[in-house]
Design a protein around this ligand. Structure first.
Ligand code: LMR
Length: 325
């Protein structure tokens, strides 16, 4: 029996993500939590003819505890989204406290659950989640991740568009770093299959992957940021973890995580000079089993990597300092 808890289920990412989770054969129980509407969404989803049983909770009557009770995996898109002119970092003031409070619930109710953070700024909210779990002595580095799957999906999509290829999913482009602007680093030199990009194409697609979120924020003109593609990305990551948990081998996804805690991660963190970084990660039944080395970079990527690391250091520090207050 696998129970997934979705915190922030009534939001614009949470609602489509709840639908995708309800359709998953890997989910037996789905509990939805939000400040409003979660019980109604649960009833709505329960009319769908798939086996997962959905329940919905509001903060009243210990709703968070009830939603988290027995959860194997907790996915969190809760919080506010960007408006035009805002960076992800501008969300910190509101969303930092949201993550601290929700993850405190996880630490006390389902400390062994996987924790997947979608809430921005992920570069800082993941360190907050980790510090919160550490305070309760329940941090397991193999199970706590920032979701960067959308960056990987964008890299496949945008490179396919640039090359006029109809099947974006055939391109596997590693994307390392963090999840905002210059911290996102797609490694087109390591694409499988290999892609021959002109320098102009490489620069344009790299920029588009780094700032793809802004494209949507601008187009939505004040109504928010990425929602459906983020729900799709979150679902892909949840699915990969649940497949690994169910015993499937060969599961690899990029994710932003506390590197020193998993095999292979300490060396990468030491080399980069930062403990939190998205890399390709292998998953097994108990979570992350190996952080894959970043491999040989082109001169262009090396330059971008140095910029990503510098920016990330500040984002991580901000999250850790918030947690120390
Ligand atoms: C994205 O990458 O689209 C999301 O992180 C939302 C945002 O604020 O850009």
């Amino acid at each position: 029996m696998t129970k997934v808890a979705l915190l922030g289920a009534a939001g614009q990412i949470g609602t489509p993500l709840s639908l995708l989770l309800k359709t998953s054969p890997l989910v037996d129980e789905l509990s939805l939590y939000d400040l409003v509407h979660a019980p109604g969404i649960a009833i709505d989803l329960n009319h769908i003819d798939t086996p997962a049983k959905v329940s919905g909770f509001l903060p009243e009557n210990d709703g968070l505890k009830k939603a988290l009770n027995g959860a194997d995996l907790v996915v969190i898109p809760a919080g506010i989204a960007r408006k035009p002119g805002m960076t992800r970092d501008d969300l910190f003031k509101t969303n930092a406290g949201v993550i601290r409070d929700l993850v405190t619930g996880v630490a006390t109710v389902c400390p062994n659950a996987f924790v997947l953070i979608i809430t921005n700024p992920v570069n800082s909210t993941l360190p907050i989640a980790v510090e919160t779990l550490k305070k309760y002595y329940v941090f397991n580095p193999a199970k706590v991740f920032g979701v960067t799957t959308l960056d990987v999906i964008r890299a496949s999509t945008f490179v396919a568009q640039a090359l006029g290829e109809p099947q974006p999913q055939k391109f596997k482009v590693p994307v390392v770093g963090g999840h905002s602007g210059a911290t996102i680093l797609p490694l087109f030199s390591q694409s499988e299959p290999a892609v021959a990009l002109s320098e102009d194409q490489r620069d344009a697609i790299t920029y588009r992957v780094q700032f793809g979120g802004d494209e949507i924020v601008k187009a939505k003109a004040g109504a928010g940021s990425a929602t459906t593609c983020m729900a799709y990305a979150g679902f892909r990551f949840v699915t990969s973890i649940l497949k690994a948990v169910s015993g499937q081998s060969g599961i690899i996804e990029e994710t932003y995580l506390y590197l020193p805690g998993i095999p292979g991660g300490k060396e990468i963190a030491a080399e980069l000079g930062v403990d939190y970084f998205a890399v390709r990660v292998e998953f097994g039944a108990e979570g992350a089993t190996k952080a894959c080395p970043i491999e040989v970079l082109s001169a262009y990527e090396k330059e971008k990597l140095a910029i990503a690391v510098e920016e990330l250091k500040g984002n991580v520090k901000k999250g850790i300092e918030f947690s120390a207050l």
